[in-house]
Design a protein around this ligand. Structure first.
Ligand code: UDP
Ligand code: MG
Length: 331
């Protein structure tokens, strides 16, 4: 029987671990596939790891990787994909907002030969302001980036073996998975579902985290934001030149007018603003270069029950290599 790897990043999800395991198990009893769940504990501060370990003690279907500190969901997804071991994977959140009853539909798409079967949610039940802001964001970001980012499409999806390899071949450290999944392309099928609200625990996305994630979307894919700075600078410069030429001619004809406080202050403020924004955009790119040149591993593993060292070695790109004094020998 074919085994599907299910990747679940979990950060402070103690109430959800056994719930999600049970619901996934229930779905697979109806299916002609075996499953293996890979929980990635992103250094939770509650009992998430203990919950996962209890499950792992009961069944070999539960694997886990526990990070040495909180590295974020992107790093957790990467760790999961690297351990998927040439299998098709399903990526889902631990909080049951990605409903397990969609798994049979995802697998049906996989059987039909699709490399990415994507679950797309609507935004039912979300605050109106959030809905409005996100739809405005997606409209704007799609004008700028090369890949298509779609509202409601997140990480909840099935990736075929081929798609997993493709995502892993992109070896940037600063990952924006939503864009990477879109970037690899391949045959895709979309399945729509109704938004589900979180029942246990709380969302880890504060407003500022969301804002930063949004900025990552803009900056991660091309240098068009730098171009926009250049063009807006050029346009402002042209307008300023035309304006000074007109004013100069007027001075020649009519003599010096009363100095215009309003004009000066407006020009200074607008130009100052444009310069600061442009510097910020350039700074963002430089910041990224800075992090990429350090080549730090995207995550460090504290503990795992992936005991098959040979499998691990096979999937492990060089830069993710780490050594521990204690713990598993193969790390
Ligand atoms: N998550 C994680 N590391 C973090 C934050 C979140 O692994 O630093 C996990 C979290 O446990 C959940 C998933 O990422 O399984 C999505 O997080 P959340 O539900 O908070 O996001 P939302 O659904 O509100 O977008
Ligand atoms: Mg959630």
């Amino acid at each position: 029987m074919n085994t599907i790897s299910i990747i679940i990043p979990a950060y402070n999800e103690e109430d959800n671990i056994s719930l999600i395991y049970e619901s996934i198990k229930k779905e697979f009893t109806k299916l002609a596939y075996d499953f293996e769940i890979c929980f990635i504990n992103d250094a939770s501060t509650d009992n998430t790891l203990e919950e996962i370990k209890q499950l792992a003690a009961k069944t070999p279907k539960v694997k886990f990787i526990s990070f040495s500190r909180n590295f974020g969901k992107e790093a957790a997804l990467l760790a999961g994909l690297q351990h998927a071991n040439d299998r098709a994977v399903i990526i889902m959140d631990a909080d049951l907002q990605h409903p397990p009853f969609l798994i049979p539909k995802l697998l049906k798409g996989y059987e039909e030969g699709f490399d990415q079967v994507i679950a797309r949610r609507n935004r039912n039940g979300e605050p109106t302001l959030k809905k409005f802001l996100s739809s405005a964001y997606y409209r704007l970001v799609n004008q700028i980036v090369d890949v298509k980012l779609e509202d409601g499409v997140g990480d909840f999806r099935l990736l075929s073996e081929k798609a997993v390899q493709a995502v892993l071949s992109l070896n940037e450290g600063q990952r924006f998975s939503k864009g990477l999944f879109s970037w690899i392309g391949m045959n895709q099928k979309i399945i729509d579902y109704n938004n589900v609200l979180r029942e246990h625990g709380e969302t880890k996305w504060s407003f500022s985290k969301l804002l930063n994630y949004g900025l990552d979307g803009f900056i991660s894919f091309n240098n068009r934001p730098l171009r926009i700075c250049f063009y807006s600078g050029a346009i402002v410069l042209c307008l300023a030149l035309i304006y000074s030429a007109i004013t100069f001619i007027q001075i020649l004809n009519n003599g010096i007018d009363v100095p215009g406080y309003f004009t000066i202050i407006t020009a200074v403020l607008i130009l100052g603003g444009i310069q600061l924004v442009s510097l910020g955009v350039i700074g963002e790119y430089i910041g990224r270069i800075y992090y990429e040149t350090k080549k730090r591993p995207p995550y460090l593993i504290q503990e795992t029950n992936f005991m098959n060292g040979a499998q691990y070695e096979k999937n492990k790109p060089r830069i993710y290599q780490i050594r521990h004094n204690r713990g598993n020998q193969y790390l």
